[in-house]
Design a protein around this ligand. Structure first.
Ligand SMILES: [Zn+2]
Length: 463
């Protein structure tokens, strides 16, 4: 009864109606309360970083929910910390199942927000606050679902591990350490990635996306050095001009369009939900033939699509010269690339150097904290488990596999050849996705179905 009333209230408040009635009031209440406490802790990199306190909050909740204190470890790292909690399975010979998330959040300036970002508040059916979407609520829902599974007497067959990194939004060092420690995992469920879309008009679930690959993030520094001289005596090899010409050639270059199993499935499935029939037709045509010239032209012209058909590299920063009346001795630019899975950054760098076609130009990889990864396979056990979990939580919602534009902690696991999938449970309208932005919020009506989702998914992935 209480659950039904809560659901109705949530529906009325958010204008959202879900088909599946939430049925675990204790877990739902715990997820929301814990999320509020976590949001109030300003877990932002730098002085006063409260990530270690978030780790303590989560650790206490897990122990209260049945984890043995000796199975939960918090490891301090610089100004942050990471958390690893183990629920031993009945068969220790099986490789563990890992749930992966993070505790840190992106900086938020209170003066820019309508409400204080670190004072959680539920209003109009939404939980507001930094981390409401990315990803404190998502983390506390998983913790609450694990506690619910304990209450139900569930016992995992393979060992279940839940871990939270402490610097995913900045250096990503703790994610790398965790993946190293858990490199014997069978499968990783990343709850900081994937999720569902709500229809802009009706608020009804429209489709659900999970990702099994992400593009590799790379930064390359392009530089031209030159003896310079007096600006009244111009020389042909002006460093700024040479760099500008090279950048123009790179700007006009297109990397070879390509397709993998995930993106083929994405284009085929997602085409059904594209409002623009021309784009939808191009998505289908590209899925059938990645060399289709007309389809490539259409998709490449759409900023939301161009990154899905291949590697992209763009100029993002430029500097050069040292005086208004001197020939530049130095000019440099940063090229940011999002590399399609399966390519090494060194190969893309070599391709850029060739395209730049400027002998005086030097190019170097200045990427910090990123690693190239292949796509995880479309594993039938994972695909089936997600399908079943979604049927239990958001029945009838179409599922679309996808490739993320990167980067998440999944890359550290994929680099260790551990299959990793982003499949968080939260549904939002695209227009209300404010992760990393202002006035971040998530519908609290998501909590009930999310618990149902994990209560189905977690047991299936620990079989
Ligand atoms: Zn995140």
């Amino acid at each position: 009864m209480r659950s039904a009333m809560l659901t109705l209230a949530a529906m009325l408040l958010s204008g959202t109606a879900f088909a599946a009635p939430p049925s675990h009031p204790q877990a739902e209440a715990q997820a929301l309360e814990l999320a509020k406490k976590a949001i109030a802790l300003r877990s932002v990199v730098g002085p006063g970083n409260k990530t270690p306190q978030v780790a303590k909050l989560y650790s206490d909740a897990l122990i209260q929910g049945g984890f043995k204190p000796s199975d939960v470890t918090i490891t301090p790292y610089r100004d942050t910390a990471y958390l690893i909690a183990r629920w031993p399975g009945s068969d220790p010979s099986l490789k563990p199942f890992v749930i992966s998330g993070h505790m840190d959040v992106v900086e938020a300036k209170p003066s820019d927000w309508q409400r204080d970002p670190f004072t959680p508040i539920v209003e109009n059916g939404y939980l507001f606050g930094r981390g409401a979407t990315d990803m404190k609520l998502s983390g506390t829902i998983a913790i609450a679902a694990l506690s619910e599974l304990r209450r139900q007497g569930f016992k995992p067959h393979r060992t279940l591990i839940i871990e939270f990194s402490g610097d995913e939004e900045t250096d990503m060092k703790t994610g790398a350490i965790i993946a190293e420690e858990l490199s014997n995992a069978d499968i990783v469920l990343n709850i900081d990635s994937g999720g569902g879309n709500l229809n802009e008009k009706t608020g009804q679930p429209e489709y659900f996306t999970w990702d099994g690959a992400e593009k590799t993030y790379s930064d390359f520094k392009l530089a031209v050095a030159n003896p310079g001289g007096h600006s009244s005596q111009p020389r042909k090899d002006n460093a700024i001009n040479l760099l500008a010409a090279a950048l123009t050639r790179i700007g006009q270059y297109r990397f070879k369009p390509e397709l993998n199993d995930l993106t083929r499935a994405y284009f085929t499935e997602a085409a059904r939900y594209k409002g623009d029939p021309k784009i939808a037709a191009a998505m289908r045509a590209f899925a059938a033939n990645p060399a289709d010239k007309a389809a490539i032209e259409t998709l490449a012209a759409d900023p939301a699509m161009v990154g899905k058909i291949g590697t992209t590299c763009v100029a993002t920063m430029i500097s050069g010269g040292h005086a208004q009346n001197a020939l530049p001795q130095h000019a440099e630019a940063n090229i940011n690339c999002r590399i399609f899975p399966g390519h090494k950054p060194a190969d893309i760098m070599a391709e850029l150097k060739k395209v730049a076609a400027e002998p005086a130009l030097t190019i170097s990889d200045v990427t910090g904290g990123s690693v190239a990864t292949d796509a995880s396979p479309m594993r039938p056990d994972f695909v089936a488990a997600v399908k079943k979990a979604l049927a239990a939580s958001y029945p009838g919602t179409p599922i679309i596999p996808a490739m993320a534009s990167g980067a998440s902690d999944s890359m550290w696991f994929r680099a260790k050849h551990v299959d990793s999938y982003g499949a968080a449970s939260l549904f939002t309208k695209a227009s209300e996705d404010f992760s990393h932005g202002l006035n971040e919020r998530t519908p609290i009506a998501d909590i009930g179905p999310s618990i149902d989702y994990y209560l189905s998914l977690i047991p299936d992935l620990t079989k």
